[in-house]
Design a protein around this ligand. Structure first.
Ligand SMILES: [Zn+2]
Length: 211
């Protein structure tokens, strides 16, 4: 790296960030060198920062693949800023295939971990997902209660249709996969195997099923 002695990867990272903030070319070059060094020592915030440099092509040639690899690695270690950045990448389809659900997951997590602007992003995507689901359900016949591993795909009766549209009944990720849940007075209850209104069984289908 250079002749200077560093205590540990935090030390290298901190020096790199200082240089990065100065924003002149020689410092930027040195900052990238130090931060990349911290990355190879497994420093998680350094991975996020270098990932962001690759994302924007600052101090390095833009490389979306490298950006994705580094930022998602930091996000996997629950670095909240990395999760937020990854959410933006998923939402925009930048360096990774567009995926609103992944984006929502990242924003929701980042928001819980104290990134205030992530909440608004989570709400926006959440509303978009719900809108798409509502449109889908309206265009499908009321026949069977069908859920995929990501959402409610079809409903069995008018009452269930109304409950889903109102958001009283939705799907939730559970340990054993997706389950239908109903918001009750004290938390939510899982609807195990049949419609509480008409008694039709819950069928599990592929999210790609054609109706
Ligand atoms: Zn029903």
């Amino acid at each position: 790296m250079d002749d200077k002695e560093y205590e540990d990867s935090d030390d290298i990272y901190n020096e790199g960030i200082l240089l990065l903030q100065r924003r002149d070319d020689a410092d930027l070059k040195k900052a990238v060198e130090l931060l990349s060094g911290a990355c190879s020592l497994g420093h998680i915030p350094a991975k996020r920062v270098v990932g962001l440099l690759y994302l924007d092509g600052i101090g390095v040639e833009q490389d979306l693949r490298k950006a994705y690899d580094l930022i998602s690695e930091a996000a996997a270690h629950l670095d909240p800023f990395a999760m937020y950045a990854l959410g933006k990448m998923y939402e925009g389809g930048v360096g990774v295939e567009q995926n609103d659900r992944e984006a929502l997951y990242m924003f929701a997590f980042a928001s819980e971990m104290g990134i205030p602007e992530a909440r608004e992003d989570a709400e926006r995507i959440s509303a978009r997902i719900a809108e798409r689901r509502d449109r889908r359900l309206r265009s499908r016949p009321i026949l069977n209660l069908e859920i995929s591993d990501i959402d409610i795909e079809a409903v069995c009766c008018r009452k269930m249709f109304d409950a889903v549209m109102k958001g009283d009944i939705e799907v939730a990720e559970r340990r054993n996969g997706t389950e239908l849940i109903r918001e009750g007075e004290d938390g939510f209850e899982v609807i195990c195997s049949e419609c509480p209104f008409c008694g039709k069984p819950v069928k599990r289908v592929s999210k790609n099923k054609i109706y």
